[in-house]
Design a protein around this ligand. Structure first.
Ligand SMILES: C[S@@+](CC[C@H](N)C(=O)[O-])C[C@H]1O[C@@H](n2cnc3c(N)ncnc32)[C@H](O)[C@@H]1O
Length: 268
């Protein structure tokens, strides 16, 4: 009998086919989410978890650094696998001023990070620590991690250039051969006009190509895939106030957007 193994994930956009794959459904179940939910946020969490798992990163002895963790479930998921996690988010006062606290999207400390109960509390408190970190000014002592991750965050750093700089700078937090996984907004309808500055920016294909160019110049490894999905949910665009059950693509400003994930391997 021939064993067919799934190809490893590369940098790519969110699609219905991937979210419905058995690999992603298994992560959705572990995240205590409704596995059939066709939502790009769920895709982002499953993508990050699957990318790290298939690179051997979700096991005891591994160290992970999360940026802008907010109220996401990944720090507790990774801690439950035995990973030593440093979870970070921006300074609480600054986050309050920017509206992240009022919308319940900011983590002020470790207490909110295991509220889904994905990790036994004693294990969580042993394996996970928290500190305030500005993604635009990563402290120099944050080095030597096996992996770094961020979900839905580097589009909020003020400009396209700030987002690109963050991805490049975060590679310095890794050991040689370490893995970075980040998800963000992808403007799928324009490779030209986009939101380039402000509270949320929208990355175009050419911006991801620029990220890859800069990472390659530093000796890191990244492969980009822009394959678009062709199933019904890939063609549905959710409109404000974004209440539809199907939410893989949405209209933001004048652009059709989705999520894009980046996986990069640090130079060894
Ligand atoms: C949309 S929320 C995403 C939160 C979480 N990662 C998730 O997926 O649910 C954006 C996050 O970015 C954080 N953030 C915004 N600007 C930041 C900065 N300059 N440095 C660190 N975190 C920042 C906010 O505090 C918030 O936690």
């Amino acid at each position: 009998m021939t064993t067919v193994s799934n190809p490893p994930l590369s940098s790519r956009m969110c699609t219905q086919e991937q979210l419905e794959s058995h690999r992603f459904r298994a992560w959705a179940e572990r995240l205590a989410e409704e596995p059939a939910r066709l939502h790009r946020k769920l895709w982002e969490y499953c993508y990050i978890a699957e990318a790290l798992a298939e690179r051997g990163m979700l096991q005891p002895g591994i160290t992970g650094l999360g940026f802008a963790v907010g109220t996401e479930p990944l720090a507790s998921l990774f801690a439950s696998s035995g990973v030593t996690v440093v979870a970070t988010d921006m300074d609480p006062e600054e986050a309050a001023a920017k509206g992240w606290v009022d919308t319940n999207q900011h983590a002020a400390g470790i207490d909110a990070l295991n509220d889904r109960g994905l990790c036994p509390d004693s294990v969580f408190r042993t394996n996970c620590s928290f500190r305030a970190v500005d993604m635009n000014d990563i402290p120099e002592d944050l080095t030597g991690f096996d992996f770094v991750w961020s979900s839905c965050a580097f589009e909020h750093l003020g400009s396209i250039e700030h987002g690109i700089q963050f991805v490049v700078n975060a590679m310095r937090c890794l050991k040689p051969g370490g893995v970075a996984v980040h998800t963000t907004e992808f403007n799928c309808s324009s490779n030209d006009a986009t939101l380039t500055e402000g509270g949320t920016v929208l990355f175009r294909r050419r911006d991801f190509e620029e990220i890859a160019r800069r990472l390659h110049a530093d000796g890191h490894d990244i492969t980009l895939d822009f394959t678009a999905g062709s199933l019904p949910a890939d063609h549905f665009v959710d409109l404000p106030p974004y209440k539809q059950d199907v939410h893989l693509k949405l209209m933001l400003a004048d652009y059709v957007c989705s999520s894009y994930g980046i996986i990069a391997r640090a130079a060894s």
